[in-house]
Ligand binder design. Structure first.
Ligand code: PLP
Length: 400
C-alpha cells in the first residue's frame, strides 16, 4: 500500500508547476526544531524554511497572535490605517536606523520596492539619467524580473531576456571593484551583508565601512538586502549591526513574521516624499494578520535570551563542525556568523542532503558544494549534537 507521502507526491506531480526540485517529504506538523511528516516520521530541521522559521515552528507567541487576530480582522486594504502594521513599523524603526516602513509580501517584492525608491529618489533629486544600481556577483535578490536582474548569477537570468536595464555587477567583498563600477548613471549600491544563496559568503573585515564611505563620497544610496540575514539570524537583529554602519534602505522578509508571508522595505525619513501616494503599493502588504504575526515575532526576537542563544549556539555549531573538519580532508572550510553557518566541501553536497533526510535530518546545500546550516535560532545544544551525530555518520561513508 502506498504511504500518504507517496500519495501526495503522486497527486502533486499531476497539478503542481515543476519549478522546484522537491525532496520526497510531506510535512504535517512543526514544533520548535522538529517536523513530523504525514506518515508520522520525525525530522530535525536545520533548514527552517531557509531561514524563515527563526523562532522555530509554531512558536507559541506567533500562534497566539495569529489566533487572536484571525477572530478580529484578517484583511483590510491599505486605503485605511492598520494598527498592527503601525505597531510593526514602530518596532522596526525603534530598533534600527530606519524612520519609515513599507510592507509587502516577500523578499523579492521588498527589493523591488527598494530599487524603485532608489530610482525615484534619484530622479526627484538629480533628474533623469541617474538610475543604475550596482550589485555583486553571486548575489541573490529574488525571482521577479528586476530582482533576477539585480541577482549576479547568470543561471537565474538565462531565458528571461530582455532583463531590466540599469544593473551592473562587481566582485563581492572588493570595494575597489565597486568604485570601478560606478558611472555617472549610478544611483545606488545594493548588497547582502552576507551572501546567502551564493554560498554563505562573508565580507572581509572593514568592507562595509569602506562601502558606506564610498556611497557617501559619491552620493549613492546604500541598500542592504537583509531578507536572509535579518531578524536575528546572525546574532544581532540585523546583520549590518555587526559592521558598525547604517544603510539608507534595508529590505526584510523571510523570518519577519515567524512564518506567514511578509516583506518590508525600511528607510530613512529623507526618502519619504519620493514614495508619495500612488507611487507604489501592494494589496496584501502589511495586512492585519501578517502584521500581527510580525509584531509578535519581533517582540520575541527582542528578548535578550533569544539573540544570546543564537550567538552561543552559533559558536557551538561552528566548534562542532570544525571538529568534523579536522576529521575529514574533503571539508574545505567552516564559516558563518550566528546561526548562518556553512561547511564548504570539495565534493558535491546534494547527495548528502538526500541521505540526511532518510536519517531524519533536514539539511540544505547551496552553490553546489556548500552545506548551509540555518536552524531555528532557538535551537538547543542537544539538537546540534544530534545533527552532528547524523552528519558525521554520513561523512564517514564518503570515499574520495
Ligand atoms: N534576498 C535574499 C538575500 C534572499 O535570500 C531571498 C530568498 O532567498 C530573496 C531576496 C527573495 O525572497 P523571496 O523568496 O521571499 O522573494
Amino acid at each position: 500500500m502506498a504511504t500518504q507521502t507517496e500519495n501526495w507526491i503522486e497527486r502533486g506531480s499531476k497539478v503542481i508547476a515543476k519549478n522546484y526540485g522537491r525532496y520526497p517529504l510531506v510535512p504535517k506538523y512543526g514544533n520548535g526544531c522538529w517536523i513530523t511528516d504525514v506518515d508520522g516520521k520525525q525530522y530535525l530541521d536545520f533548514v527552517a524554511g531557509i531561514a524563515v522559521n527563526n523562532l522555530g515552528h509554531c512558536h507559541p507567541a506567533v500562534m497566539v497572535a495569529i489566533k487572536e487576530q484571525v477572530g478580529d480582522l484578517i484583511h483590510c486594504s491599505n486605503l485605511y490605517h492598520i494598527p498592527q502594521q503601525i505597531e510593526l513599523a514602530e518596532l522596526l524603526c525603534a530598533n534600527s536606523f530606519a524612520d519609515r516602513a513599507f510592507f509587502c509580501n516577500s523578499g523579492a517584492e521588498a527589493n523591488e520596492a527598494a530599487i524603485k525608491l532608489a530610482r525615484k529618489y534619484s530622479y526627484d533629486t538629480y533628474g533623469e539619467g541617474r538610475s543604475h544600481i550596482i550589485t555583486t556577483h553571486s548575489s541573490f535578490h529574488g525571482r521577479t524580473l528586476a530582482t533576477i536582474t539585480a541577482t549576479g548569477q547568470e543561471k537565474m537570468q538565462k531565458g528571461f531576456a530582455p532583463l531590466i536595464p540599469g544593473f551592473s555587477y562587481a566582485t563581492y567583498g572588493d570595494v575597489d571593484a565597486l568604485r570601478a563600477a560606478i558611472a555617472d548613471q549610478t544611483c545606488a549600491i545594493m548588497l547582502e551583508p552576507i551572501q546567502g544563496e551564493g554560498g554563505v559568503n562573508l565580507p572581509p573585515a572593514g568592507y562595509f565601512k569602506a562601502v558606506r564611505e564610498l556611497c557617501d563620497e559619491k552620493n549613492l544610496l546604500l541598500i542592504l538586502d537583509e531578507v536572509q540575514t535579518g531578524m536575528g539570524r546572525t546574532g544581532k537583529l540585523f546583520a549590518h549591526q555587526h559592521e558598525g554602519i547604517e544603510p539608507d534602505i534595508m529590505t526584510l522578509a523571510k523570518a519577519l513574521a515567524g512564518g506567514p508571508p511578509i516583506g518590508a522595505m525600511v528607510f530613512r525619513e529623507k526618502f519619504v516624499d519620493s514614495f508619495g501616494p500612488g507611487t507604489h503599493g501592494s494589496t496584501f502588504g502589511g495586512n492585519p494578520l501578517m502584521a500581527a504575526a510580525g509584531v509578535a515575532t519581533v517582540k520575541t526576537l527582542l528578548k535578550p535570551e533569544v539573540l544570546s542563544n543564537c550567538v552561543k549556539m552559533g559558536d557551538y555549531l561552528v566548534q562542532k563542525l570544525e571538529a568534523l573538519k579536522s576529521k575529514y580532508s574533503f571539508i574545505v572550510e567552516v564559516r558563518g556568523r550566528g546561526l548562518m553557518v556553512a561547511m564548504e566541501l570539495s565534493v558535491e553536497g546534494g547527495e548528502l542532503v538526500k541521505q540526511a533526510q532518510e536519517k531524519g535530518l533536514l539539511l540544505n546545500c547551496t552553490a553546489g558544494k556548500t552545506l548551509r546550516f540555518v536552524p531555528p535560532i532557538i535551537v538547543k545544544a542537544e539538537e546540534i549534537d544530534k545533527m552532528i551525530e547524523i552528519l558525521d555518520s554520513l561523512l564517514a561513508e564518503i570515499k574520495i
